[in-house]
Design a protein around this ligand. Structure first.
Ligand code: ZN
Length: 386
């Protein structure tokens, strides 16, 4: 099946060669973009969507989520907003709720969150485990995550469970837990932070994951400047996520390495913490990604547009830089070049906005601007009565 989207007033491709096109059209053949050009020259297709001058952007890539969980932590959020500081201990609440949920309950909740995301223009999602923290529960969460996405991440090293010895738990993560989880995981991740896993423990987890054939991702430098960012770069991780507290040496390492810095401003918003300095990273030449960190404790948003708005308002990014970070940048954080941009040969993932320009994503925060989503060439929620 082929699909023509024509009369796109402004097409933001996130592709360095194509840039921003006016009065453009895109043709998808199956799940792939086959043609891009002036709307007046567009070929015929089986189906047509008339964008009527609206803007179109690549589908968002949310490269950092914790979507498989149970329970609600709105009381914790409310307490925090009333002046209680965030320490990260609330993860244990979600672990308890998740362990006692059935597979069906977890699947239903994950599917509901995924639906929420796609309606907001997200066409690729990464999902981590990390609320099981036993061999059986971590493997169970990854099995469920694998039904939702190919981008699954084993995060047994999220926190040390209550009563466990940190070194013994690290050995469990690197041994039997990794063995049980690797068949369902593409990536391995570790929360390298004071109170979670130190540099040596994080190195052990990442090294074991690489040996098992998994790609590397790291949670680092969220609460304090620690060894995580430099470790991620040294070990060739695809992405190091949070990057809120960085030393000059961290920025230099990122600028000279291949590791993407993924910023998660939903976490700073939800914990009322200082935002990462995206400008400093961009000026140093670092590839920056944006993602939601969607999780019930520290960042319960599924909206990439909200993260774009925060990045522009609070982190020194231009609207174009923030949108590139949320599409091509997040794709790079997953080491993918087939998504996150509108280009011939890329996957046909596009969002038509109820707006004349992509700038509205930051200019009109909190507004439902998604008019239509094309996901792998399939038109979703295309309203026929234009
Ligand atoms: Zn996270």
């Amino acid at each position: 099946m082929s699909l023509l989207i024509d009369r796109i007033g402004e097409l933001f491709t996130a592709d360095p060669q194509l840039g921003v096109l006016r009065d453009a059209a895109v043709v998808a053949e199956g799940d792939t973009i086959a043609w891009i050009g002036p709307s007046a020259e567009a070929p015929e297709a089986d189906e047509r969507f008339d964008a009527r001058g609206r803007a179109a952007v690549p589908g968002f890539v949310d490269s950092h989520t914790h979507l498989v969980f149970a329970g609600d932590r709105s009381a914790e959020f409310s307490a925090r907003m009333s002046g209680e500081p965030y320490t990260g201990g609330g993860i244990r609440t979600t672990v308890a709720a998740t362990r006692s949920a059935t597979d069906a309950e977890l699947q239903f909740a994950a599917a509901a969150h995924l639906g929420e995301m796609v309606r907001q223009g997200t066409t690729t999602v990464e999902i981590k485990s990390g609320y099981g923290l036993t061999v059986a529960d971590e493997a169970r969460l990854l099995r469920i995550a694998r039904q939702c996405t190919a981008e699954t991440t084993f995060l047994g090293a999220h926190i040390v469970p209550d009563g466990a010895d940190p070194d013994e738990y690290t050995a469990l993560v690197c041994g039997p837990m990794l063995e049980a989880c690797a068949p369902y995981a593409k990536w391995i991740d570790v929360f390298c932070e004071r109170g979670s896993f130190d540099g040596d423990q994080a190195r052990a987890v990442l090294t074991a994951g690489a040996k098992a054939g998994l790609g590397l991702r790291v949670h680092a430098n969220q609460l304090t400047a620690g060894p995580g960012v430099r470790l991620a770069v040294e070990l060739g991780a695809a992405s190091v996520d949070h990057c809120t507290h960085l030393t000059d040496a961290d920025v230099d390492a990122l600028a000279n390495g291949r590791t993407v810095a993924t910023l998660l401003p939903g976490a700073e918003f939800s914990t009322r913490s200082p935002y990462p300095d995206a400008r400093r990273l961009l000026d140093a030449g670092v590839t920056v990604a944006l993602a939601t960190d969607c999780n019930p404790g520290s960042s319960y948003t599924s909206s990439m547009a909200f993260c774009i708005a925060l990045a522009v308002r609070e982190m020194g990014m231009t609207p174009a830089e923030a949108l590139i970070a949320a599409t091509a940048g997040s794709a790079a954080a997953l080491r993918r070049s087939d998504i996150g941009r509108v280009a011939i040969g890329a996957r046909a993932d596009l969002v038509v906005l109820e707006a004349p320009s992509y700038v509205h994503l930051a200019y009109r925060p909190g507004t439902p601007l998604v008019r239509a989503v094309v996901h792998g060439g399939n038109p979703l929620q295309l309203k026929r009565s234009n």
